[in-house]
Design a protein around this ligand. Structure first.
Ligand code: G3P
Length: 218
């Protein structure tokens, strides 16, 4: 399973790279705004900086919601760096644009997926990734992980090459369950990735080992 970090924060991205387990980055307009990145030039330059830090796919989202605008923005993003994946919302013109990008060899990530039907449409249009939002479904009392299971099963039934990128992954149990279900990728904040390090018995056991070593080597 690939680990992507879901942030536009360069420090967090660098820290995940240094841990040695990062396969890519996802961003969205909200995450860019959170970092105070404003204006097209600043946004483009920020994406380039991210691509220079990470050796892997970097999802950069279009803002346009009409076909021509999505194509224009997506092509400009794809020209920035070979690692850019054009992130396109699950809307009618988005599906059409994904088909266009797929025929041009431009990688895409279809975002804001909340049903298996939406994932199926995106896969048929040739999306490289679909991003079902696990946490946001849980937020409204639905079952985000059940959606991951459905999409994994459907793609496997037909051998679709589209990868299931579990997004809105909020905590360690989400990540582990996505792995059990066979998601190809999870994207989450840094604290979820580093959260995998922790267990109280690991800390306690290490403290005991070090104390015993100190006793006999005093
Ligand atoms: O990748 C999508 C993600 O950024 C949404 O996460 O926690 O805002 O639902 P969240």
């Amino acid at each position: 399973m690939k680990f992507f970090i879901d942030t536009a924060n360069l420090k967090d991205i660098q820290e995940a790279v240094e841990l040695g387990v990062l396969d890519g980055v996802t961003t969205n307009p909200s995450l860019m705004a959170k970092e105070g990145i404003r204006g097209t030039d600043a946004v483009m330059s920020h994406y380039k900086q991210i691509c220079e830090i990470v050796d892997g796919d970097v999802s950069a989202e279009v803002i346009a919601t009409d076909y021509d605008g999505i194509i224009r923005e997506g092509e400009a993003l794809a020209e920035l760096h070979p690692n850019i994946v054009v992130k396109v919302p699950m809307i009618r013109d988005g599906v059409k644009a994904i088909k266009y990008f797929s025929e041009k060899g431009i990688k895409t990530n279809c975002t804001l997926i909340f049903t298996a039907g939406q994932a199926l449409l995106a896969a048929k249009a040739g999306a490289t990734y679909v991003s079902p939002f696990v946490g946001r479904l849980d937020d409204i009392g639905a079952d985000g992980l059940q959606l991951i299971q459905q999409i994994v099963d459907i793609f496997s039934n037909y051998g679709y090459p589209t990868q299931v990128l579990a997004a809105s992954v909020r905590h360690v149990p989400h990540l582990i369950q996505c792995a059990e279900l066979g998601a190809d990728v999870v994207t989450c904040p840094l604290n979820v990735i580093t959260g995998l390090l922790n267990h109280p018995l690991t800390e306690k056991g290490l403290a005991t080992f070090l104390a015993d070593h100190a006793k006999v080597n005093a």
